[in-house]
Design a protein around this ligand. Sequence first.
Ligand code: MLT
Length: 409
Amino acid sequence: MARINENYQKLQAGYLFPEIGRRVKAFQESNPDAPVIRLGIGDVTLPLAPAVVEALHAAADEMGTSEGFRGYGPEAGAEDFLLDAILEHDFASRGVTLERSELFVSDGSKQDSGNIQEIFGQDCSIAVTDPVYPVYVDTNVMAGRTGLADDDGRYGGITYLPANADNGFMPGPPSQRVDLAYLCSPNNPTGAVASRENLTEWVAWARANQAVLIFDAAYDAFIQDPALPRSIYEIEGAKECAIEMRSFSKRAGFTGVRCAYTAVPKALMGSTAAGEAVSLNALWGRRHSTKFNGVPYVIQRAAAAAFSPDGRKQCAEQVAYYMANAAHIREALGAAGFSCFGGEHAPYVWVQTPDGRSSWDCFDHFLQGAHVVCTPGSGFGAAGEGYIRISSFNSRENVQEATHRLTLL
Ligand code: MLT
């Protein structure tokens, strides 16, 4: 028999969202008439923006002509029209200059944030905030960079930085050196957002420690205050120490369409065991072109359409719709005595469980008592215990009905 990668056996339970799906399915099988409202996984519910749909149609028609047909895309997979739209609207508009060759378009930030660890050494040390998007941790476990999990689910060898109400759910850098630190702002799951001061502290720490920051900005479009940084490259010196990920999933409703990108500046270097500096842009480019043939042309056209004047307006309206849901969740649950955090610059509200319940106990209580699906905070890490995450991705009617039911519990 072929030997397996035994690191997989260190993984705790299943991946969080399939586990929630299994529990909800079991509940629905025994309660087929229960009107379940899903505020668990952060999956968009509004239809694609008209500008995006129009671009999809036009690109499909183009592919059906001999002049417009395309096979494989360019070597790195991304079309210049999309790269230029990203550079203009996501970076130049915020005073950040990057080059086309510093962007890598992919089919999702989940994949990119999971795969990025491949270009780093096996013995690299890792820091994550806790709670954390599980992909960052699980992929390092699979790659063998950790020990076993303890009773709280914390893996040996990972530095966990607790995110709590005392630090505004945005911890600063660790006191010791690590090679890679994963940051996410606006944060999944806590809904907190990093201030300029917080990111400046992280960048200074990374530069002083020759560490690399992996900055996941998949939810940047939900930031309401224009003074808050959307890109880590708005912080001076970040191009020498940070990789950034962005996604069209939440800001343009692409969870089922799939498009994202990762920025790896050319100024960012890693080193060999012998101390020779090596470009991380070159390594990620090598990996990308070896393992990926690019996002389909029609999808790249659709993503670019999200940056057109109509696309920007329509996508901004969708974000505003979800943010109004988040405001409603905070207000309704807050008025009913729940302690709520986040939800002001992010589509997630982080709620302390009532009556000292554990996260999973509260999940079951909400599901059985109110037929509302949330996400247990402990599924994101030990420091998430005692919290649940409520997603604002649903219709206004469902969100209002769900909060109403929860306040009656
Ligand atoms: C979430 O609910 O945390 C996200 O939708 C999961 C994801 O983006 O992979």
